[in-house]
Design a protein around this ligand. Structure first.
Ligand code: F6P
Length: 326
């Protein structure tokens, strides 16, 4: 093993730079060169790459985004895409490829593996936390704290005006961010796929019930992004009409992807990256993702990281529903 290619792919996540740093430092300890491809898999097709030295990763651990840039790659999904990418990797003498991304990026890895002779390893990097084989993905903890910071501020103005707020958070098809941010902000309601579809009448009744029990005050609903097809603004409007109270919508959007990674993400990224290199050198990591489950590092088949076996915390889901609706 002489040269390892690395790239960041899909939605960027805070902590990707921490992972890049740890990959470079660990590889250099083993006299292995790291080649960083820019803009996800696109950097392979465009031959946009550079050798990363220890100097290049100095003091990047605290930076959000990714120094390699990230993107989704349509070319890899075309019929001859994997073959073209593999040819370039072979020409560049890349012995292994490490991809930091989510399950979509890992599907790209699987497609590439049919043509590429080197080893392929994944590191889970996405704010969504929707990757099997690891309790937490790199970026999730930061995204939750960023959402919380915003929601706490919304609580101030909601209290002052005695308003209802509907706050939309990211998370694509899962409610990990919604549940975590909702619990930690003491939201009155959490709308996420794990609870089923949105019922406007139930919600309006609950707003009225809360006002009867606790007086007119603030009421915050955290909603995962895919929960209402017409969007948060339309749902807020419908709730205003049915509940008879003013409801405002706030879409947190991409701000949840930015910012300096919190300590937990920096540590997770460092650990998983170092472990990935070590396992690669031991010949155990091909087509595997490095993850951590119940405090133990491990490898998980890349092919099954997107099967959604991991579930949001059922204890908290149940607690929210039974305890807050009284
Ligand atoms: O996967 C990360 C994520 O931020 C999701 O939460 C969100 O649904 C999606 O990416 C947004 O994608 P884009 O940046 O392409 O709008």
């Amino acid at each position: 093993m002489k040269r390892i290619g690395i790239l960041t792919s899909g939605g960027d996540a805070p902590g990707m730079n921490a992972a890049i740093r740890a990959l470079v430092l660990t590889a250099s300890q083993h006299q292995i060169e790291i080649v960083g491809f820019a803009h996800g898999f696109n950097g392979i097709f465009a031959r946009e790459y550079r050798v990363l030295t220890n100097q290049d990763v100095l003091h990047i651990i605290q930076l959000g985004g990714t120094i390699l840039k990230s993107a989704r790659c349509a070319q890899l999904q075309q019929a001859n895409g994997p073959e073209q990418a593999a040819t370039i990797l072979h020409e560049l003498a890349i012995d292994a490829l490490i991809v930091i991304g989510g399950d979509g990026s890992f599907r790209g890895c699987m497609a590439l593996s049919h043509c590429y002779n080197g080893q392929i390893v994944g590191l889970p990097g996405t704010i969504d936390n929707d990757v099997d084989g690891t309790d937490y993905t790199i970026g999730f903890a930061t995204a939750v704290d960023t959402a919380l910071d915003a929601i706490d501020k919304i609580r101030d103005t909601a209290d002052a005006f005695e308003r209802t707020f509907l706050v939309e958070v990211m998370g694509r098809h899962t409610g990990y961010i919604a549940l975590a941010a909702g619990i930690a902000s003491a939201a009155e309601q959490i709308l996420c796929p794990e609870y089923g579809t949105v019922d406007i009448t139930d919600l309006s009744n609950d707003i009225r019930r809360s006002q009867q029990n606790y007086g007119k005050g603030s009421y915050i609903i955290i909603m995962a992004e895919t929960m209402y097809a017409q969007g948060a603004t339309m749902l807020a409007q419908a709730l205003s009409e049915q509940s008879g109270t003013e409801c405002r919508a706030v879409v947190l959007g991409h701000l949840q992807r930015g910012g300096s990674p919190v300590g937990a993400d920096r540590i997770l990224a460092t650990k998983l990256a170092a472990y990935a290199i070590e396992q690669l050198l031991a010949g155990r990591a091909h087509l595997m993702m490095a993850g951590e489950q119940a405090g133990k590092l491990g490898l998980y088949p890349l092919a099954t990281t997107g099967e959604k076996h991991k579930k949001a915390d059922s204890y908290l889901l149940n607690w929210q529903q039974t305890t807050l609706q009284q």
